[in-house]
Write a protein that binds this ligand. Structure first.
Ligand code: FAD
Length: 314
């Protein structure tokens, strides 16, 4: 059935940025509608322990996101299980089309569609995701204190992650399919000087190996791209560091983006290149990519939207 819903503030996305925007916009009496998308709760629903969200010494990612959803709902945010397939920001009110057939019109839009780590697509990588395979050293490095770790990639992200992980690991092996890194010289210098890091050139990750009960990583098998030779490396953690892609499909042709598609916001604000459209969380953030920073930006977006709507009424 097709119908049209109007709201003062439409929030697209249900990660920490979206739900926090929901809490703040509701408390500002803006009666927001939040559309959850294909992954209700966002990226944290794909992980296990989270140990760096303030107020929780340790919490399971999915549980934290249920709490955030309940919090937004308790404040009055209407949460809808739908996916936005098209967003028209060329005129106000803005119009968003949902896969359900519902059309949403809104005086202001908060985009909180997040980002995705890029993965290699191996079956074994998928099997051990959250159980030894990660794409976020800041999030998970702490779990591998005193252990051996493998990092896959050859750009800035991979080198930064490898360096950061030496704070915890006894040894870090960086696997790269070429014999040259595509990272900034200063990072490469640091990497070369770091005695804990060994680089395995001309190798790709073939398989992650481990145990089923309990599910956990014990090592990797790599393949030399020139000789085909297989090498087994024991390790407890595997970090895939081949980049991130912001979920910008709805706005990549209508809003200003940079750094590989991240939505540009004005410094110190969540305003995008279109007045009345605000962006928060990983969609705009190629640097920090954390739940707490996303939540902070969700708060900013709701406050920015409130101010924008108040100015329209003047
Ligand atoms: C495995 C893993 C472990 C992590 N661990 C930690 C950790 O321990 N601590 C930490 O701080 N951070 C961690 N992170 C990072 C953290 O999850 C992200 O920084 C954070 O979730 C980003 O929040 P967000 O609100 O910007 O977007 P996301 O969480 O990416 O959520 C995006 C939301 O947008 C929705 N959406 C997308 N497209 C549409 C559409 N077209 N219509 C409607 N909705 C849409 C999705 O359904 C989803 O709900 C981890 C990430 C991963 C992948």
């Amino acid at each position: 059935m097709s119908d049209t819903r109007h709201t003062k503030v439409l929030i697209i996305g249900s990660g920490p940025a979206g739900y926090t925007a929901g809490v703040y916009a509701s408390r500002a009496m803006l009666e927001p509608i939040l559309v959850q998308g294909i992954e209700p709760g966002g990226q944290l629903t794909t992980t296990t322990e989270v140990e760096n969200y303030p107020g929780f010494t340790e919490v399971q990612g999915p549980d934290l996101m249920v709490k955030m959803q309940e919090h937004a709902q308790a404040m009055g945010c209407e949460i809808i299980g739908d996916i936005i397939s098209d967003l028209d920001v060329s005129k106000r009110p803005f119009t968003a089309k949902g896969d359900s057939g519902t059309t949403y019109t809104a005086d202001a839009v908060i985009l909180a569609t997040g980002a995705r780590a890029k993965w290699l697509g191996l079956e074994s990588e998928e099997k051990f995701k959250g159980f030894g395979v990660s794409a976020c050293a800041t999030c998970d490095g702490f779990f591998y204190r005193g252990q051996e770790i493998v990092v896959v990639g050859g750009g800035n992200t991979a080198v930064e992650e490898a360096l950061f992980l030496t704070n915890f690991a006894s040894k870090v092996t960086l696997i790269h399919r070429r014999d040259e890194l595509r990272a900034e010289r200063i990072l490469i210098n640091r990497l070369e000087k770091n005695e804990k890091i060994e680089t395995l050139w001309f190798n790709t990750l073939e398989e992650v190996t481990g145990t089923d009960t309990p599910l956990g990583v014990e090592g990797v098998v790599t393949k030399n791209v020139k000789t085909g030779e297989l090498t087994e490396i024991p390790c407890k953690g595997v970090f895939i560091a081949i980049g991130h892609a912001p979920a910008n499909e709805l706005v990549k042709d209508t809003l200003e983006t940079h750094m590989g598609g991240y939505v540009v916001t004005k410094p110190g604000s969540t305003e995008t290149s279109v007045p009345g459209v605000f962006a928060a969380g990983d969609l705009t953030d190629h640097t920090y990519r954390q739940a707490v920073t996303s939540a902070g930006m969700g708060c900013m977006a709701a406050l920015d939207a409130e101010r924008f709507l108040a100015e329209q009424d003047d």
